[in-house]
Design a protein around this ligand. Structure first.
Ligand code: MD3
Ligand code: FE
Length: 217
């Protein structure tokens, strides 16, 4: 029996739960894609490995990042932007593999957003202790399009606030293969990830990887 089957035993969480207006979590939605998704991810990382970006404020992020798709999100001392070129390789970002495109479109479809066609997939890697401070995602041109996020590996506490930075964030646990679709008013809510707790995941080892699919332009 595979680790996969073991892990789904006793999962009594509701398969679908609203986190806020326009935000829905689809528990375990990525499971049927996993066998194809992990090798696709490995191929991306070979071409554009994880790296720690520096914010315009000069801070090295504890989360390591890379991208696939026709554009990728980058941060450097000059600012944040979507760029067709990976600054590390000087080449285009790896293409978005069909399995990732399908996963994102199917999840968006399930949440009521038909025809989601993301250009960008930002890939975040957390090791124990890594965190993402409260922020808004505002570098995209089309806020009507949702963002789809896929969690893999160690569980994380996702912090979900409101439209103002001072809004006290609610906490949600996101686990391996959970997918969240963020649209409507929640698309511009402040959010972040609490420092990752140590652990060992049967498939992903000592890390959490999060994929966020975005319509950048
Ligand atoms: C809610 N990533 O990459 S995914 C990010 O787990 C980011 O790596 C987190 O925040 C992570 O920008 C959270 C969930 C997520 C992503 C984008 C959102 C939630 C969002 C955009 C708007 C509202
Ligand atoms: Fe974000």
């Amino acid at each position: 029996m595979t680790a996969d089957l073991f892990e789904s035993v006793g999962d009594t969480r509701p398969p679908r739960e609203a986190m806020a207006e326009g935000a829905v979590v689809l528990r375990g939605f990525a499971r049927p894609f996993e066998a194809e998704l992990l090798p696709a991810l490995r191929a991306i990382l070979k071409q554009s490995p994880f790296r720690h970006l520096v914010t315009p404020g000069g801070h090295r992020m504890s989360v390591a990042m890379t991208n696939c798709g026709s554009v990728g999100w980058v941060s450097d001392p000059t600012g944040y932007r979507y760029d067709a070129i990976d600054p590390e390789s000087g080449q285009k970002w790896p293409a978005m593999p069909p399995v990732l495109r399908r996963l994102a479109a199917d999840a968006a479809d399930d949440a009521g957003y038909k025809g989601f066609a993301p250009e960008a997939c930002l890939i975040n890697r957390y090791v124990p202790g890594a965190k993402l401070s409260l922020h808004q995602d505002k570098d995209e041109l089309d806020f009507a399009a949702p963002i789809v996020s896929v969690s893999l590996g160690l569980p994380a506490i996702f912090l979900f606030g409101g439209l103002k930075r001072a809004d006290k964030p609610a906490r949600f646990r996101l686990e391996h293969s959970d997918v969240v679709v963020w649209g409507g008013p929640s698309r511009l809510f402040f959010h972040g990830v609490a420092p990752l707790a140590d652990g060992e995941h049967a498939v992903m080892c000592r890390q959490r990887i999060n994929l966020t699919f975005r319509k950048a332009r």
